[in-house]
Design a protein around this ligand. Structure first.
Ligand code: SF4
Ligand code: SF4
Length: 222
């Protein structure tokens, strides 16, 4: 899932300055799971914003809408009528959600309410960690299912940099060395021979370096 965290309240207040009728758009999928932009967080944010505006003798109207996903047209169409009378939309969806809302609601400012961080997993209650950078050419088969692009701080493709200590990364001793994890995993799988295969330099055009990417599934296209 995409992991995000809510922007500092001062920043959000700055974005909303001058608007009196605001819609906070939560999102019912990833940001709900990581507790950054679900309905619960949106309602809480609405209360905080109301209190802050009352402290300044201002009156603002805030409504909360929660499409199942902001990154799908059908769900945005469902909430369109609820957004008609607002002056600005504060989206608590990820960066993709915000930008899709911009395309769908062209006559209103759509402002970001969260910082989109990464694609990751729920590691523990309230803890999420990054697992994939969406490089577009997955090589997990070679590395025992552990991603060198993401889990190695230097995205090394052919073994460790030599700086790890006791299984921790030299960049940050709080994180595991990705290549130590890969080695340990390959050992368990009886696949240490994989380490002799040189992984060639990656063609990063399949990643972000090739510009905005597109996936098409011809058989389901209309
Ligand atoms: S190799 Fe690429 S696609 Fe596969 S997990 Fe790593 S970043 Fe994601
Ligand atoms: S210590 Fe390990 S994870 Fe850190 S940069 Fe070096 S190889 Fe990558």
């Amino acid at each position: 899932m995409i992991v995000a965290e809510q922007k500092p309240i001062e920043e959000i207040i700055r974005y909303l300055e001058g608007f009196n009728k605001i819609a906070i758009a939560a999102c019912g999928t990833c940001v709900t799971v990581c507790m950054a932009g679900g309905e619960k967080e949106a309602l809480k944010l609405a209360s905080v914003l109301k209190v802050k505006s009352m402290e300044q003798n201002k009156h603002i109207e805030i409504k909360v809408v929660t499409p199942k996903r902001q990154c799908d047209s059908e769900f945005l169409e469902d909430i369109a009528f609820q957004l008609e009378d607002c002056e600005a939309i504060l989206s608590l969806g990820c960066g993709a959600g915000v930008q899709f809302m911009v395309e769908k609601f062209k006559n209103k400012p759509v402002l970001p309410g969260v910082n989109t961080k990464f694609m990751g997993v729920t590691r523990d209650v309230g803890v999420w960690t990054e697992m994939c950078q969406g490089c577009g050419d997955c090589i997990l088969e070679k590395t025992g299912g552990i991603c060198p692009v993401t889990r190695c701080s230097k995205s090394n493709f052919n073994g460790p940099c030599g700086g790890s200590s006791r299984g921790k990364c030299e960049i940050n001793p709080d994180i595991d060395c990705g290549w130590q994890l890969i080695y340990d995993r390959l050992k368990v799988l009886g696949k240490l021979d994989n380490l002799y295969e040189i992984i060639p330099p990656k063609d990063w055009r399949s990643s972000r370096d090739g510009g905005p990417r597109k996936v098409e599934k011809k058989e389901v296209m209309l």
